[in-house]
Design a protein around this ligand. Structure first.
Ligand SMILES: Cc1cc2nc3c(=O)[nH]c(=O)nc-3n(C[C@H](O)[C@H](O)[C@H](O)COP(=O)(O)O)c2cc1C
Length: 148
């Protein structure tokens, strides 16, 4: 059964990246870093999940979604294939906690699948891995049904 890939962005502090690597190690799931220009300029060939931190920019528009994620989402095909969002944040940011993941969920109509702080705990990795495994199974069923 195919496992849905996770495209993530992580800054130099690499907190989100550590979570993504743990997720990959737990399940063998493919993870791709959007800081890498080649990844950013590609298009997922099927359903994919976004993992993004929030960065409150402090500008009038309150844009919290990191620029590399916004660049990746410029492709209509990529946007259509997005099935869910995972957020990394920090509760110290109060009302902006997980703002990027939550705002994108509203704008895209896709669900926030899981949220964690910083690089997450081993329990977070386990819980998120189970959610993605369930999603794999659901997508597998849909693809089997549609070919019946
Ligand atoms: C300048 C700055 C702004 C941030 N803004 C937010 C925010 O608005 N909401 C939030 O939940 N976390 C916010 N965070 C916390 C980061 O999203 C969190 O630490 C994340 O794990 C960073 O991931 P990274 O190290 O992979 O870039 C901010 C962190 C920094 C340094």
């Amino acid at each position: 059964m195919a496992s849905i890939p996770v495209y993530y962005y992580s800054s130099v502090s690499n907190l989100t990246g550590r979570f993504a690597e743990s997720l990959a190690a737990r399940t063998g799931r493919a993870v791709f870093q959007l800081a890498d220009a080649a990844v950013r300029h590609s298009e997922p060939d099927g359903p994919w999940v976004l993992l993004t931190p929030s960065y409150k920019a402090g500008n009038a528009d309150e844009v919290t979604l990191p620029a590399p994620v916004r660049a990746f989402l410029r492709s209509p095909t990529t946007r259509r294939r997005l099935v869910g969002i995972i957020g990394s944040g920090n509760r110290n940011f109060g009302e902006y906690y997980q703002a990027a993941a939550r705002e994108l969920a509203v704008a895209s109509g896709r669900p926030v699948l899981f949220e964690f702080e910083l690089s997450g705990t081993p329990e977070d990795v386990e819980a998120c891995g189970r959610i993605l495994d369930d999603l794999d199974a659901a997508l597998h069923e849909v693809s089997c049904t549609s070919t019946e």
